[in-house]
Design a protein around this ligand. Structure first.
Ligand SMILES: NC(=O)c1ccc[n+]([C@@H]2O[C@H](COP(=O)([O-])OP(=O)(O)OC[C@H]3O[C@@H](n4cnc5c(N)ncnc54)[C@H](OP(=O)(O)O)[C@@H]3O)[C@@H](O)[C@H]2O)c1
Length: 318
């Protein structure tokens, strides 16, 4: 089978197709024939070598998120069946024709959710869920600010906030005003056209900075209220001089499970439409992947999704 990855850091041209054996599921795993996988900002940063200043000594196989159809079951798997269309989260190698995935990190594709859209859910959905329910402490009715409201993590956080009844100050480029309104924000703040009267300063009890690469346009510290919380998704340095503000890094925590987060979102989708944007679906060829990486590195709205050839001809049995 084909798996995409890279053996040296660099621009999108370092991406290569590798031939690997189709993996077989162990006891608690399923084998999935991948239909769709997205490119996340993390994949681009990883390929650019942003997490590792040294040179690469082994091939990195890319990808965390996917949607596909179950083609084999480990002997202990009971909650999923052959032929199920599923959403899965993996530590790597999702950019493959086949993957194995832990059954606990694999959920059935809910009816009404398009498979290419669903493929974009795992990484941002898990981050948004964990940030809201496990990293932040959000008092009822408290105002929250979301920087990057038109992004995947930002939009998903806005949908949780709406459900919880917390008013949102949504921050984004001016051109995303309509998206912010669709998400039901109480106030929209365009970082490139700030109002002259700064009535929004220090109004948010909790600020989520979900801008790509941690870009906050200097607004996170301006928005957060004294004794408030500022959540970062990129570990980027924030300039916050107020010592009463708590800086919280959203990342891996051993006590949190992907399954809880994925089930939250599939339950959510049963009750209301999910707002998650696909910028474009491209063929899962090496050319398509390189293009999706280039487009993700540029200013974008929505995820670039890759579709294996068979996927566009198949209909999910949801
Ligand atoms: N810690 C974790 O567990 C975790 C998990 C998921 C994501 N993340 C990180 O969180 C951030 C947001 O992820 P996401 O998937 O929501 O990202 P995204 O949807 O791709 O982008 C978020 C926002 O960043 C701005 N943006 C887009 N392209 C850009 C570019 N080329 N340069 C600068 N800004 C750009 C856009 O806002 P405007 O147009 O309004 O500027 C966009 O709405 C990423 O940096 C990602 O790596 C962390």
């Amino acid at each position: 089978m084909i798996t995409y990855g890279f053996s040296e850091y660099g621009d999108a041209s370092v991406l290569q197709a590798y031939q690997l054996p189709i993996p077989l599921p162990k006891k608690h795993q399923v084998q999935i024939k991948v239909a769709y996988f997205p490119v996340n900002p993390y994949d681009v940063a990883l390929r650019q070598g942003k997490f590792d200043p040294t040179s690469l000594t082994q091939t990195i196989y890319l990808g965390s998120d996917l949607v596909g159809q179950i083609t084999a079951l480990g002997p202990e798997v009971t909650a999923l069946s052959l032929g199920d269309w599923v959403i899965a989260h993996r530590p790597n190698r999702a950019n493959s024709e086949y993957v194995i995935a832990g059954a606990s990190k694999t959920v059935k594709l809910p009816s009404g959710l398009a498979p290419d859209v669903a493929a974009c859910l795992p990484t941002p959905g898990i981050a948004a869920y964990n940030a809201w329910f496990h990293f932040a402490q959000i008092p009822p009715k408290a105002t929250v600010a979301i920087i990057g409201i038109a992004g995947a993590v930002g939009g998903l956080l806005a949908q949780i906030a709406k459900q919880a009844g917390n008013p949102v100050i949504g921050v984004a480029n001016q051109r995303h005003q309509q998206t912010a309104q669709q998400l039901g924000v109480a106030e929209f703040l365009a970082y490139d056209q700030l109002p002259t009267a700064p009535t929004w300063r220090h109004q948010a009890t909790v600020v989520f900075n979900t801008g790509m690469g941690g870009q906050d346009h200097g607004l996170a510290a301006e928005l957060v209220a004294p004794d408030g919380q500022l959540l970062r998704f990129n570990g980027a340095p924030e300039q916050v001089s107020d010592p009463s503000v708590q800086l919280i890094d959203v990342g891996y925590r051993r006590d949190l499970t992907d399954g809880d987060a994925l089930h939250f979102w599939t339950d959510y989708c049963q009750r209301q439409p999910l707002f998650l944007q696909v910028a474009q679906t491209l063929p899962a060829t090496l050319t398509g992947l390189r293009q999706a990486h280039q487009l993700t590195a540029q200013r974008h709205q929505g995820k670039y999704v890759l579709a294996w050839d068979w996927a566009t001809k198949a209909t999910p049995l949801t």
